[in-house]
Design a binder for this molecule. Structure first.
Ligand code: BEZ
Ligand code: FE
Length: 285
């Protein structure tokens, strides 16, 4: 006890809470909430949180809720910029060493993109610097994975996704869904993406600004690869030459995800990408 009657140092309230939910009708939920409360109390005691700071924290979380609606998920953005989304992804990953790392899909993914031929041009407005993407999909032993479904989505040369400005970009611009060949190869034509800042106009952006953190994402192309017998891969390939490459606000950059946009003699760029799929039996929860 700390002399204030509630054992603030010893976590007595947290223990009392755990006892209260010990017989919860959903035991897993009871254990999870008791675990969160235990860590929360320990953190609050460790930080010596004041009533004023608690009030400010509640105010911030209230604003995050108000900024969230069916078109904007400020809570997910908060989890992303705190590195929580990437940590959870890493902790739940059972990918063997050598498999391409999974990353968050993010809010700009669309599942309803029509299938296009392998080799298609996914730039539907023809704006931007042309890029040819050549890809290869293999398993952890280096054997080709034929017939995988490859989904791709990216921002344009101004750093804007098609669904952020539906009045300016054609529907499904810079999005594709195509089937890789039997030798695991695929190709597509697109334009060089530009990096973009995360939304700065909400409470999360304002918090990061007050913390002096940058909100930028280095230029990247998102890929999702689905093949029977393998874990679904959702990942990005980042432009290794983007000056923001060391400062991804979402902590998503890994050495295996760096790509080079190589200038071509006839103009435009070539980007070669390789994906190593993890077997399904290694899948975790
Ligand atoms: C994205 O890369 O598209 C993204 C991912 C998570 C949050 C915001 C954007
Ligand atoms: Fe993105």
């Amino acid at each position: 006890m700390d002399g204030q009657g509630h054992g603030a140092e010893g976590g007595e309230i947290a223990l009392a809470f755990a006892a209260r939910v010990a017989a919860a009708p959903d035991p897993a939920l009871g254990r999870a909430v008791a675990g969160v409360v235990g860590h929360l109390h320990a953190m609050i005691a460790g930080m010596r949180l004041t009533p004023g700071a608690l009030h400010a924290a509640i105010g911030f979380l209230t604003e995050v809720g108000h900024a969230t609606d069916s078109r904007r998920q400020e809570w997910v953005l908060l989890a992303d910029v705190l590195g929580v989304s990437t940590l959870v992804e890493d902790l739940s990953s059972t990918r063997p060493p050598g498999a391409t790392p999974n990353t968050v899909a993010g809010p700009f993914y669309r599942a309803d993109v029509p299938e296009c031929p392998n080799g298609a041009d996914i730039s539907r407005d023809g704006r931007g610097e042309p890029v040819e993407v050549r890809g290869r999909i293999v398993d952890c032993a280096g054997r080709p994975v034929g017939g995988a479904m490859v989904e791709v989505w990216q921002a344009n040369g101004d750093g804007v996704y098609e669904n952020q400005e539906p009045d300016l970009q054609p529907e499904f611009n810079l999005r594709g869904r195509l089937r890789a060949a039997e030798d695991g190869t695929f190709g597509l034509r697109t334009v060089r993406p530009r990096g973009y800042p995360l939304p700065a106009d909400g409470p999360v952006g304002q918090l990061l600004a007050r913390l002096g953190c940058r909100l930028e994402r280095p230029a990247h192309i998102h890929f999702r690869v689905t093949a029977p017998g393998f874990q679904r891969l959702t990942t990005h390939i980042f432009d290794r030459d983007d000056p923001a490459i060391g400062n991804d606000a979402l902590f998503g950059v890994r050495p295996a995800l760096l790509g080079e946009f190589r200038p071509q003699p006839a103009g435009g760029y070539l980007l070669e990408v390789g994906f190593v799929l993890a077997p399904e039996e290694a899948a975790g929860g």
